[in-house]
Design a protein around this ligand. Structure first.
Ligand code: NAI
Length: 265
């Protein structure tokens, strides 16, 4: 096995259970020689299986609500202390919509819930990066990634306010990518992943249709969570040093299809 991340230090947000994309990313980064710290919201420690993953990989799991600046700054301190130095890579794999969860129509959204959704799913990415910035916690030529979905560019009605969350998330990657690049040669990108059966994914109404349509439309079919983890490893490795401020489609070609003649059959 190649050790693309040998000696690198990372923080992985968002492993809830073994279906989570972050779970697969955590496993793959460790396989590739990285030292990591896992983190998730305190609630996820009660209802999820993150502590099992921490045991399996023999790494610490530190609770932090990604909407809390204070908890994020503490997390960054603890991660650097545990890992023994500044951070080389960070995965933001966090998403949740209150209006989707409570099945509000897009034409009848509650704005207090929308603000909370944006805070959890998008502004948290800015908060993570600002905490790393303030603590000067990133190593030169480090790599920061967040996961996103093509509903930021195209209309998927049942994705609702998560579409705007993802548009905001992708914009934060570009804007903070400038500052981090300029200051420390750190790159910031988003990976736009195929529909994937996870707790967050399956929470969207009509998820089977999203999944099946994308799978049939894409010449390569849908990318799995394992495929996504491989792509994250590449993006954390030194093989992708000059890629920054991009939204990278990881979807078997779906994003650039017009029609697929196979669909008629
Ligand atoms: P998941 O449900 O396993 O992961 C979502 C994570 O967000 C959970 O671990 C949850 O505990 C965490 N989270 C929620 N609120 C938080 C808070 N306040 N602080 C810290 N963490 C919090 O689902 P999945 O699919 O692995 O989601 C990961 C990312 O991938 C999300 O950004 C999602 O939007 C994105 N994505 C998922 C796709 C899918 O079809 N599953 C497709 C494209 C992108």
């Amino acid at each position: 096995m190649n050790q693309l991340l040998q000696g690198k230090r990372g923080i992985i947000f968002g492993a809830l259970d073994d279906k989570s994309i972050a779970w697969k990313v955590a496993e793959k980064t460790v396989e590739h020689g990285a030292n990591i710290v896992l983190t998730n919201a305190p609630m996820a420690f009660r209802f999820g299986q993150i502590e099992e993953l921490a045991k399996q990989l023999d790494v610490p799991a530190i609770p932090a609500d990604a909407t809390s600046e204070e908890q994020l700054e503490e997390l960054v301190d603890k991660a650097m202390e545990h890992l023994g130095g500044p951070i080389d890579f960070v995965l933001h794999s966090i998403g949740m919509s209150l209006n989707v969860r409570k099945k509000r129509e897009y034409t009848d959204l509650r704005y207090d819930w929308m603000q909370k959704t944006f805070d959890i799913s998008a502004i948290s990415f800015h908060k993570v990066m600002q905490s790393l910035w303030k603590k000067d916690a990133m190593n030169d030529w480090g790599s920061i990634l967040a996961l996103t979905y093509i509903a930021a560019q195209r209309v998927f009605p049942s994705y609702s306010e998560m579409a705007e969350s993802k548009a905001l998330l992708e914009s934060f990657a570009r804007s903070f990518g400038y500052h981090f690049g300029d200051k420390k040669n750190v790159r910031v990108n988003t990976i736009s992943q195929s529909p994937t059966y996870t707790t967050a994914g399956s929470g969207v109404d009509g998820f089977d249709d999203f999944y099946n349509y994308a799978d049939e439309m894409s010449p390569l079919g849908n990318a799995t969570a394992d495929d996504c983890a491989n792509y994250c490893v590449l993006m954390f490795s030194d093989l992708s040093r000059m890629v920054t401020m991009q939204n990278l489609f990881h979807d078997g070609g779906y994003s650039f299809m017009g029609i697929n003649p196979q669909l008629k059959k």
